[in-house]
Design a binder for this molecule. Structure first.
Ligand code: FES
Length: 265
């Protein structure tokens, strides 16, 4: 039988992502769990390992519930201090906090400024000709939503693969992202696989197949708009011709409001 979580008063969510592991998260987790076990607190608390909490610069991080307390730069000593304070006094340890509800910003000396998109620039591209072009985000957190949106809302957008195979989004039956780094486009007779997430950099074939650069362009002579995908060496992996509606979606969601007329602030 599983744990009766109805009896728990505190949840400790330990980040177990790569940066936190490198910064020693496992040692903290083990020490804290041992304390809970040895002090009769195992059943009244719950510990959970999570994937990246999005604050790698402050690794190792934790979240304590209830009340959404975020902690930073943990060590086994700080970890014990924190859980004792929450469990026995119902209070956070303010000096180790990264964030708590109602703060207007995080308490971090290591804040990494958010990546800013560059404005569209006019250029003469060898394959696209005269165009406005900018780079978008290439992580799977953008690429998967992009393909999902196009499949659901933009049947006339068209994907051209590097072998010149052309696929209308209306012909895509399903967009599935369940594998570790591969996005699957399910067609009637076949499945197209796109590598969209971090891969083993030693695997040459995967590195060549991974979408690492995403460019948004507006061809000046034809007035056509689209997206071009490249690997990290700049080799083109595919291109999508977008409907006007899809271009609007891309400006709003994928480019965070950036348009040819409106430059980033
Ligand atoms: S890996 Fe822990 S915050 Fe990113």
């Amino acid at each position: 039988m599983g744990k009766n979580i109805a009896n728990t008063t505190h949840n400790f969510l330990f980040c177990d992502g790569g940066s936190c592991q490198k910064a020693g998260s496992e040692e903290v987790v083990r020490k804290v769990r041992a304390y809970l076990r040895n002090n009769g607190l195992w059943d009244s608390t719950h510990t959970i390992k999570t994937r990246c909490n999005g604050r790698c610069e402050d690794a190792p991080t934790w979240i304590v519930q209830p009340n959404n307390y975020w902690y930073k730069e943990l060590t086994p000593e700080k970890g014990l201090e924190i859980i004792k304070s929450h469990i026995h006094n119902n209070e956070p340890v303010e000096k180790h906090l990264l964030y708590q509800n109602k703060w207007d910003k995080v308490a971090s000396e290591k804040e990494i400024p958010a990546y800013k998109l560059k404005p569209f620039s006019i250029l003469e591209d060898t394959t696209l000709g005269s165009c406005y072009l900018t780079r978008g985000f290439a992580s799977d957190q953008y690429t998967f939503p992009l393909f999902l949106y196009l499949k659901e809302h933009s049947p006339t957008s068209k994907l051209i693969l590097d072998d010149n195979k052309s696929i209308l989004f209306s012909d895509i039956k399903e967009v599935i992202y369940s594998k570790q780094y591969v996005l699957e486009l399910i067609l009637e007779q076949e499945t197209i696989e796109l590598v969209i997430a971090p891969i083993n950099q030693k695997d040459e074939a995967l590195v060549k197949a991974r979408i690492s650069i995403v460019e948004y362009f507006h061809q000046i002579t034809t007035n056509k708009k689209g997206i071009r995908f490249k690997n990290k060496f700049g080799h083109q992996l595919g291109l999508i011709w977008l409907s006007d509606t899809a271009w609007e979606y891309c400006s709003k969601v994928q480019l965070q409001g950036l348009t040819i007329e409106k430059q980033p602030v």
